[in-house]
Write a protein that binds this ligand. Structure first.
Ligand code: ZN
Length: 445
């Protein structure tokens, strides 16, 4: 939880850090894997080299993120060694000493990831699926950390990197990898879309650090724990979540609640240094944004935003708080439904994934003797028509509403929407001619 009392960590020397790492390597109870052993040995060697190359043994030789990491590493190990000796208890989850060390040094993936992150601020060029491969299925952690770092939010708000990393790891694990669409790669894609909106358009300069932080976290949390089923299914089947949230934005309420549940665990709470007022602002903003990702709010949100731009112009600094919050919701919503407005290859990939998830629900409904939901019946859905309808009546109006506010990204998105429309019109014509052509004619779907 938030607190106004921030205590300064005690200072250490490079020798002391070296000694902690050596102790971890020698601690037999930890049963390090070969990979962990190798990472820690690299860390040990790096510290030794730093000592050799420096005239003093002071931790000032470390950059901020390395120092924060080593502080956390030392604290975790000290706590764990007390636990092993029966003199204390582990607070929060099991110690993460070995995996933390492994993450600090990941030479195998770093250069490739760095190359991909060069394109983080490009709407079309960034390949989130490649990042998912390079991170062994942890794209959300990697992309969110990179986005927060890119906009200097860790430094400006003094957020502890290791707790943030622990939170993101648990958050990512809450996403069901078996969901074709609502998985952590989708969440990472939404974070990247927002990074592009920030970087390509001038409104970013009108946002506060806390607003930017809240928006990035909202993107990361916005589908946490998604069951791969729609709100309608959960309501129709009287699922626990529907009962808990009285049939109101069932999935979205669940995502926000789960995200904060994970965040507030002591080992994950990287916002603990915020003042109460700051924390309350972040919480209120994230909840508002995540709830606004419910598609039932789409038309009202888009209309509200377009009306605000007409009345107030594009300078957020002149917008009253209520409209300002709606603008933040609109921007994240655009990223959430923005994948059909990315490159054609990416757009078709995400279309196939959402259809697969919808059809799996339809199969389940049929097996359970329920009426099959609209767009979920694999035998009846006219795929080109459904895609054209979504592009024309949902995605296009969203990016048109952003035309003056975020002109660079909106222009790229509208171009891509046109290309996707042409593809689906072509597919529609072929289907009408009863062609056996595949709906997704790209190689690796
Ligand atoms: Zn989503």
């Amino acid at each position: 939880m938030s607190t106004n009392n921030r205590t300064e960590p005690s200072r250490q020397t490079l020798s002391e850090y070296h000694s902690v790492v050596s102790s971890v390597l020698e601690c037999k109870e930890l049963r390090l894997s070969r990979e962990e052993d190798s990472s820690l040995t690299s860390l040990q060697q790096w510290l030794r080299k730093l000592q050799r190359d420096s005239s003093t043994d002071d931790e000032d030789k470390l950059d901020d993120s390395s120092r924060a990491y080593l502080h956390s590493f030392r604290d975790n190990f000290t706590r764990y060694s007390l636990f092993l000796r029966g003199h204390g208890e582990v607070v929060g989850d099991s110690p993460k000493v070995p995996s933390a060390a492994r993450d600090r040094l990941n030479p195998a993936t770093s250069p490739s990831l760095a190359a991909e992150f060069e394109k983080l601020e490009e709407w079309d060029a960034f390949d989130v699926n490649r990042v998912a491969q390079l991170t062994q299925g942890r794209p959300l952690e990697a992309v969110t950390l990179e986005a927060l770092h890119r906009f200097d939010l860790l430094e400006k708000l003094k957020l502890p990197r290791e707790k943030l990393r622990c939170f993101l790891r648990e958050l990512e694990a809450s996403y069901k990898a078996s969901n074709p669409y609502h998985n952590s790669t989708h969440a990472a894609d939404v974070v990247q879309g927002l990074a592009t909106l920030f970087a390509q358009n001038s409104f970013m300069a009108q946002l506060t650090d806390l607003e930017m932080l809240s928006m990035i976290l909202s993107c990361a949390m916005h589908d946490a724990g998604h069951p791969g089923l729609t709100n309608e299914y959960l309501i129709n089947t009287c699922a626990c979540a529907a009962l808990r949230y009285n049939d109101q934005s069932v999935n979205e309420n669940s995502h926000a609640a789960l995200g904060f549940e994970l965040l507030l665990k002591p080992c994950n709470n990287f916002l603990e240094g915020l003042h109460n007022e700051q924390y309350r602002f972040v919480r209120r903003t994230i909840i508002g944004i995540v709830l606004a990702t419910d598609m039932v709010d789409h038309s009202r949100l888009t209309k509200d935003f377009a009306a605000a731009v007409r009345q107030l112009g594009c300078n957020l600094e002149t917008w009253p708080e209520e409209q300002r919050q709606r603008a933040l919701q609109m921007l994240v919503h655009a990223c959430d439904i923005g994948n059909p407005a990315k490159s054609l290859h990416s757009s078709l990939l995400w279309s196939e994934r959402i259809l697969a998830e919808n059809f799996a629900q339809g199969d389940r409904e049929r097996a359970e003797g329920l009426a099959v939901s609209p767009l979920c019946d694999r035998q009846k859905v006219d795929v080109p028509k459904s895609q054209l309808t979504f592009l024309e009546y949902v995605v296009r109006p969203t990016f048109e509403a952003l035309r003056d506010f975020a002109p660079a990204t909106s222009a790229a998105a509208l171009r891509n929407i046109e290309a996707a429309k042409q593809h689906w019109e072509h597919m529609q014509q072929r289907a009408q001619k009863q062609s056996a052509a595949p709906l997704f004619p790209i190689d690796d779907l």
